[in-house]
Design a protein around this ligand. Structure first.
Ligand SMILES: Cc1ncc(COP(=O)(O)O)c(C=O)c1O
Length: 402
């Protein structure tokens, strides 16, 4: 097991805190996060945080403090970001389901940058722009098809609801939308990319068709938004993207595309590494000659392994010299889908031991399915300079059952 400085340094603190908790919890390394974001933010590429990755108030405040802007995809995300003191001019709205009510709410709150994902969205935004007497900046979200195909969570070459193909956009006469200012294009089809060369290749391949689309539509391409997709390694993977390499490539792409601004909306690359999920072993058993752990929390708190088959890396919180062996790690729900992975852990693991899962800062609790079987909701805490601060306490089922 590789050395993990944050866990090494805070092992006792987390262990002590976990004895005060009856429920699993998320712990965030907020100082490490601030430092990481500080290294990402720069003058050449505008960075937006995809709030869906982690909408916790303290995470938003920390990112805002480092100069990050915010990509929100619902009224809930918008209200949460505004409640943390972020100004509406630092907010961008993406997402395939923009109802009239949602668009109106965004205008009421002063948001003026939208990614339009359909012709209907363009029409609704144009209509509300007239109503509110403002001229929002619009990026059209484009889906391209590439020779290289892959099985990818964001769809890759698959038909998805995210944006429209070039041919479909080319049918649109932008002169019919007089109340908006179309400034750029948005494209994002591949998630969790871990090979810098492949990612840079994809970005490069997009430039020519996107420039040609802007040309055909008759607007000046001044903003290019390449979305997210920068990956982080999950269990069994040791690849890691180097930001400086990507940044250099992005600066070249900005020049080649001839745009004034290049944007990225980072989700997991911004926050995944700075979050941990601390979870207790309820039972250990051997069944059909295999070792199983049953944990207090499973996909009700941490869904992602069930939908991607990628376990979060985990280790035993206490020290153990016992050799590792494979354990099938299950949660408390009545479905075999509730599995956090098959993980190598010390063989002396026992009930009441604590596991700590890493890379959980992104797509953790809010991506999960917390209500099934009426278990508790996990707490979320900040660990900083020898202290633990509870931001969101654990809540019993009674808090959400009617
Ligand atoms: C529009 C948009 N931008 C950015 C992201 C963030 O992606 P990632 O976590 O891969 O950086 C997402 C994630 O689904 C998204 O839908």
């Amino acid at each position: 097991m590789s050395v993990h400085p944050f866990i090494e340094e805070n092992q006792q603190l987390i262990a002590d805190f976990s004895t005060t908790q009856d429920v699993p919890f998320y712990a965030y390394d907020i100082d490490g996060l601030a430092q990481h974001i500080n290294q990402l933010v720069n003058d050449d590429i505008k960075l937006w945080f995809a709030v869906k990755a982690n909408p916790l108030s303290k995470i938003i405040k920390t990112l805002a403090g480092q100069g990050m802007k915010f990509d929100v995809a619902s009224s809930g995300e918008l209200d949460q970001v505004l409640a943390q003191g972020v100004k509406s001019e630092h907010i961008l709205n993406t997402g395939p389901a923009k109802s009239l009510a949602q668009i109106t709410h965004f205008f009421e709150q002063g948001v003026s940058v939208f990614v339009a994902e359909s012709v209907n969205q363009l029409a609704l935004i144009n209509q509300q722009a007239k109503e509110f007497g403002v001229v929002p900046s619009i990026l059209l979200r484009v889906q391209l098809r590439f020779e290289q195909d892959s099985d990818n969570p964001l769809g890759g070459n698959e038909l998805t609801p995210f944006g429209l193909g070039s041919d479909e956009w080319k049918e649109v006469d932008l002169s019919h939308y007089q109340h908006i200012n179309v400034v750029g294009l948005h494209i994002f089809q591949w998630g969790n990319m871990l090979e810098a060369d492949a990612l840079i290749d994809l970005w490069q391949t997009m430039i020519a068709p996107l420039k040609s689309l802007a040309n055909a539509l008759g607007f000046e391409l001044s903003v290019l938004d390449l979305g997210g997709g920068l990956g982080v390694p999950y269990d069994g993977d040791d690849r890691k993207l180097d930001w400086e390499t990507l940044k250099e490539a992005l600066i070249n792409i900005k020049i080649q595309a001839g745009v004034d601004e290049l944007w990225l909306e980072l989700g997991r690359f911004a926050v995944a590494e700075y979050g941990y999920y601390v979870n207790r072993v309820v039972d250990v058993k051997n069944n059909y000659q295999q070792e199983l752990l049953v944990m207090q929390g499973g996909i009700n708190h941490l869904l992602r392994p069930a939908i991607t088959s990628q376990p979060f890396p985990a280790r035993l919180l206490r020290h153990s010299d016992s050799p590792s062996q494979l354990f099938h790690v299950h949660g408390p729900l009545c479905t075999s889908l509730d599995k956090l992975g098959t993980l190598a852990l010390p063989s002396d693991i026992h009930a009441d031991d604590t596991l700590i899962f890493s890379q959980c800062g992104a797509y953790g609790f809010t991506e999960s399915m917390p209500f099934f079987l009426c278990h508790e909701l996990p707490a979320e805490v900040i660990v900083s300079q020898g202290t633990v601060e509870v931001i969101r306490p654990a809540l019993p089922a009674a808090s959400y059952l009617f």
